[in-house]
Design a protein around this ligand. Structure first.
Ligand SMILES: *[C@@H]1O[C@H](CO)[C@@H](O)[C@H](O)[C@H]1NC(C)=O
Ligand SMILES: *[C@@H]1O[C@H](CO)[C@@H](O)[C@H](O)[C@H]1NC(C)=O
Length: 291
């Protein structure tokens, strides 16, 4: 009987000690009432890196926590993961609103940035090593955050997303909304115009810009691969790097890697035979981030 109780006690201790996804109720100003979840590994590194991981439309923090191998990398490498969650617009991020497209303008973007500030303070994390990644609506929001908060994010990885400001002027940014002009790749701008949307979101900013990875499936009909080309044109203009070369088979056989400049600032990845799906290679992404 005693042994049995001790066994149960030991098991519940083991469960209690394992890191898990936790909600943080009060992280600071939250203009659009979104939610913060965090994953802090048991062995967190000193001065750790922070990665914001953004769910797709219809998704949740816990869905996206299970959706990639990032948590197990966090266990190995000691970085912290923030999983924001939006209950609005069919759980899609507000990539269409001027507030999020403006530095410190409010919206989901400011709420997410305040989650980062909270995490940097609470865990003495490294402000020079804050990154953002996401899929679909989360990929769109990755480009939005990298655009309007270049002072916060060192690098980003957008999977099946759209360029910064692609949805500007649309009443919503959901796959069910009446306005699919952006998602269908039909917004026409020059590279300089795309780049100016980013520059104009934070006038006078002259610091470094986030380094970017852009991933897209060539068979995606929900968010067309054209959207990734627009994002690459935008970041090429903002970062001042031009297309250099295609490399077949990186990171695996179905991909073509597009290298801009020497590849340290901007790379694109187009996957053959892949539709609207998360495909970003997490190992490659972390290497690019410098983790
Ligand atoms: C999200 O929903 C909350 C609660 O209904 C609301 O206060 C907030 O304005 C909404 N945000 C957006 C961006 O729609
Ligand atoms: C549809 O959205 C685009 C931005 O994605 C915007 O430029 C356009 O004005 C919108 N059209 C309508 C009819 O609202």
């Amino acid at each position: 009987m005693l042994l049995h109780s001790l066994f149960i006690f030991a098991c519940s201790m083991a469960l209690a000690l394992g890191a898990s996804l936790q909600q943080v109720p009060n992280f600071g100003s939250n203009p659009s009432n979104i939610r913060m979840y965090i994953y802090v590994p048991d062995r967190v590194a000193a001065n750790p890196a922070v990665i914001v991981a953004l769910h797709p439309c219809g998704g949740t923090a816990s869905q996206w926590y299970s959706g990639t191998s990032l948590p197990s990398y966090a266990d190995q490498n000691g970085f912290i993961l923030i999983y924001p969650e939006t209950p609005n617009m069919s759980n899609c991020w507000d990539v269409n609103n001027a507030a999020s497209l403006t530095h410190r303008g409010g919206g989901d973007a400011l709420g997410i940035v305040n989650m980062v500030t909270y995490t940097l303070q609470k865990y003495t994390a490294n402000p020079a090593r804050v990154f953002v990644m996401g899929f679909s609506s989360g990929g769109m929001m990755t480009n939005v955050l990298a655009g309007s908060y270049p002072d916060v994010f060192a690098a980003g990885s957008a999977n099946s997303g759209t360029a910064f400001a692609c949805f500007a002027g649309s009443a919503s940014a959901t796959p069910a909304g009446p306005n699919q002009t952006c998602a269908q790749g039909q917004i026409q701008h020059s590279s300089t115009e795309w780049g100016s949307f980013v520059r104009n979101s934070y006038p006078g900013y002259a610091g470094r810009r986030p380094r970017m990875l852009i991933w897209h499936g060539l068979d995606d009909t929900l968010v067309r691969p054209e959207c990734a080309k627009q994002a690459l044109a935008q970041w090429g203009d903002v970062l001042g790097v031009s297309f250099n070369r295609n490399v077949a088979g990186v990171p695996s056989s179905q991909f073509t890697q597009m290298v801009y400049g020497d590849g340290s600032q901007l790379q694109g990845f187009f996957a053959q035979g892949v539709g609207h799906a998360p495909m970003a290679d997490v190992g490659l992404m972390l290497k690019f981030f410098g983790i």
